[in-house]
Design a protein around this ligand. Sequence first.
Ligand code: GUE
Length: 292
Amino acid sequence: MQLISGTAVAEKVLEECRRDIATLAAQGRKPGLAVVLVGDDPASRAYVRSKDKKCRDLGLHSVKLELPASTTQEELLAHVDALNNDPSIHGILVQSPPPKHIDEAAIVRAIDPAKDVDGFHPVNVAKLALEDPTGFVPCTPLGCQRLLIEAGIETSGAHAVVVGRSMIVGKPMALLLMAKGKGGDATVTVTHSRTKDLAAITRTADIIIAAIGRPHFIKAEHVKEGAVVIDVGINRVDDATSDKGYKLVGDVAFDEVAPKCRAITPVPGGVGPMTIAMLMANTIKACKQAAA
Ligand SMILES: Nc1nc(=O)c2c([nH]1)NC[C@@H]1CN(c3ccc(C(=O)N[C@@H](CCC(=O)O)C(=O)O)cc3)C=[N+]21
């Protein structure tokens, strides 16, 4: 069994980012990322903090907007508009999910597609479907694909089963796996909460992408011997033995699934660090394309 280290692959991606940043610096340019957080969800705050830290590590320009939960739709749109028009900002991310009174789809559509480093804007969704390389691909599925490539997993001709159909992970993941070229050319099945006899389908998978959002959902019975499992889940569960009071667990019951696998990602230290690394990479891509 091969444990695929997201931490190690993320470090490789960040090393590429450092080289790109040095090249851009020699041309007098510096990629800038703005992260907007509305409200005070603790998990969202933790994510925004680690993103901000990673930006500073790399020498990216980082703007962190922490807005109160009472922020109105109009106020948030005004912030997005200001960032769209700020030439020092190449990437904009509005942390999801926002408070309930915010129309998230309208916010996403207000972001300049050229600065949409999350890849959630309809223009970028379309570009992914069209296999147009100028678009931005959502960071988490992009990170999963990179993990497969770096771990030497052949996707061409493989049966990949994506569990989950979200706009953030499941759907773009399926598009990436079925696209032509490296990390693609797979035969893709997308399953979700309404799928009948899920285990019968996942048991035919050479590659399983688990993006359900339910702790330890994928069990040994879901996995065939020799499968590759990518665990996208980042679930906080109570843990009295940890000083934080919680621990992170994936969507995969790692202890029972891992022995059956050819390769598997851990949580933490798997897809999570890759998501942040790909966000940095997308911001650099946005900066390069803005200059071109
Ligand atoms: N517009 C938007 N874009 C996002 O990309 C986005 C978002 N909203 N909302 C929330 C989710 C969540 N997310 C994570 C990224 C990295 C880790 C990560 O690095 N996790 C570490 C563990 C960190 C820890 O120990 O707490 C790991 O898995 O090893 C976690 C979660 C991005 N998200």
